[in-house]
Design a binder for this molecule. Structure first.
Ligand code: PAF
Length: 259
């Protein structure tokens, strides 16, 4: 699999036939089956798939969370190579190249980004929207793939693409879960064995009809601190901390969910 920095990818892309369809999967690495479902869907729908791996510092509201975010570049490359596709390419940007302005310019949203995760992680969505806009422009893709686990992020990205007339289609892909219901996330790699056993309680709470207080009490027995549990436009959203690891999940309340 060929790996590029930003200028190498832009040069490579400019030599491709304009008729080739490009699908793009932006990630922060520590790849798991959830990411692979996006990559596989892109490989099916496009002639070329570009994956990016970049742990974006501007979207972390807390420096220890940034420092402790899992770094697994070598195994990520092996995982992508195991897909054995000649149509798969990897972009690994560097801070100085992707932030030539040192984050002087940013994309800000004033409404939906201020609730749910945005209420607890100041500046998080400014960082996400800014990096995603840069990456979408660099990719030159016609389609970009995002997981529904980060449903608030996905909604904001769709709204940004609409607001700025970015010529790309945002494809939403369903959450991939472990057998016990835990939504796959790179952050799961930071859980101890015991925390990993407790973590599926977050999905269980999401599927019960509990108010915030009852949910808080329920999760507390498992050593989990509820941050928020909120219904918004027929979707129930949750964020909770297990030790230092913050996990999020969501469900469509109109659908039935298997536990
Ligand atoms: O969902 C993620 O992994 C990140 O927020 C993204 C979209 C790659 C931007 O850094």
């Amino acid at each position: 699999m060929k790996t590029f920095n930003i200028s190498e990818w832009i040069k490579f892309r400019s030599n491709l036939s304009k008729d080739l369809s490009i699908g793009f999967v932006p990630t922060m690495g520590a790849l798991h089956e959830g990411h692979l479902s996006l990559v596989k869907q892109s490989l099916l729908e496009n002639e070329i798939t570009l994956v990016s791996i970049y742990i974006n510092p501007t979207q972390f509201d807390n420096s220890s969370d940034f420092k402790n975010y899992p770094h697994h570049l070598e195994s990520d490359i092996s995982i992508l190579e195991s897909l054995s596709s000649d149509n798969l390419f990897l972009l690994i940007p560097e801070y100085k190249d992707i932030y030539p302005d040192d984050y002087a310019f940013k994309v800000s949203e004033n409404n939906f980004s201020r609730i749910l995760c945005g209420k607890f992680r100041k500046g998080h969505f400014d960082g996400v929207l800014t990096i995603v806009l840069k990456l979408l422009n660099i990719s030159g893709a016609q389609k970009a793939y995002f997981g529904e686990k980060d449903f608030q992020q996905l909604t904001l990205i769709k709204d940004m693409v609409h607001a700025f007339f970015v010529p790309i289609k945002i494809i939403a892909c369903p959450i991939v879960r472990e057998q016990d219901g835990l939504a796959m996330s790179s952050r799961n790699k930071r859980l101890s064995e015991e925390q990993r056993r407790q973590a599926p309680e977050i999905y269980k709470v999401l599927n019960q009809n509990l108010n915030k207080e009852k949910a808080e009490q329920y999760l507390h027995q498992y050593g989990i601190d509820l941050e928020y549990l909120e219904l918004h436009n027929n979707r129930k959203y949750i964020a909770a901390n297990i030790g230092e690891v913050r996990l999020i999940d969501n469900i469509d309340v109109k659908e039935e969910h298997k536990l």
